[in-house]
Design a protein around this ligand. Structure first.
Ligand SMILES: N[C@@H](CCC(=O)N[C@@H](CS)C(=O)NCC(=O)O)C(=O)O
Length: 209
């Protein structure tokens, strides 16, 4: 059995989307970021970075995988899907995984933190991360590699919100929603602030900083 230790955030959704696309059975263990469960010793023993998500493969002696990109690659290899065998196809997929992990993810993360949560508004910093996020989105992959076909551009990008994009998964719709927020520099009502029980409220974030 696969166990996904996760929370309601984009990095958590990434791993969940992969498991759903694979259609394999898995168990979810919710990790409350608000209660800082991700910093507890038992969790850090699985994930030395002290963040979500973590995948535990109980069919492989409890092998633990941390870093969402590494989880995607582990699952792709375990089930023989989404990662072509030929060197060029494999490289193409890994290039986009690296692009997301090292570029889009961190830039959008910082854009969100400085735009939405930081008490002090630093225009130059906000501008830097929002511009970089926009630049990366302009060069985003031509297809959702998660559909299993790296050649078919199928993703109708809409700045609409969860439930209105026609996407199969709420999480996919939410990611697109967040991309829309970065593009327009507005936060959709449905994803603003404290809608998720696990998301720290702006007030809480300020106290912990
Ligand atoms: N590079 C890591 C980033 C993981 C990450 O930043 N997770 C966030 C949620 S999206 C988290 O656990 N935040 C809580 C914390 O920083 O303590 C990955 O891709 O897995």
């Amino acid at each position: 059995m696969l166990e996904l230790l996760t929370s309601e955030t984009p990095n958590g959704w990434k791993a969940a989307i992969m498991l759903e696309e694979l259609g394999v059975p898995y168990k979810v263990t919710p990790i409350s970021l608000t209660d800082r469960v991700q910093k507890e010793d038992w969790y850090v023993a699985l994930n030395p970075n002290g963040r979500i998500p973590t995948l535990v493969d109980h069919d492989a002696g409890g092998f633990a995988v941390f870093e969402s990109g590494a989880i995607l690659i582990y699952l792709a290899e375990k089930f023989g899907r989404f990662l072509p065998a030929d060197a060029q196809g494999r490289s193409t997929v890994i290039q986009w995984v690296m692009w997301q992990m090292a570029g889009l993810g961190p830039m959008m993360g910082q854009a969100t933190v400085f735009n939405r949560y930081f008490e002090e508004k630093l225009p130059a910093v906000i501008d830097r991360y929002v511009r970089e996020s926009r630049r990366l989105l302009r060069g985003s992959p031509p297809a959702t590699i998660s559909r299993g076909n790296i050649r078919s551009p199928t993703s109708p990008v809409s700045p609409g919100c969860a439930g209105r994009t026609g996407h199969r998964y709420r999480s996919t719709a939410s990611i697109i929603c967040n991309a829309g927020a970065i593009r327009s520099r507005r936060v959709p009502r449905s994803s603003a602030g404290s809608t998720s029980p696990n998301r720290p409220s702006p007030r809480r974030w300020r106290r912990k900083r």
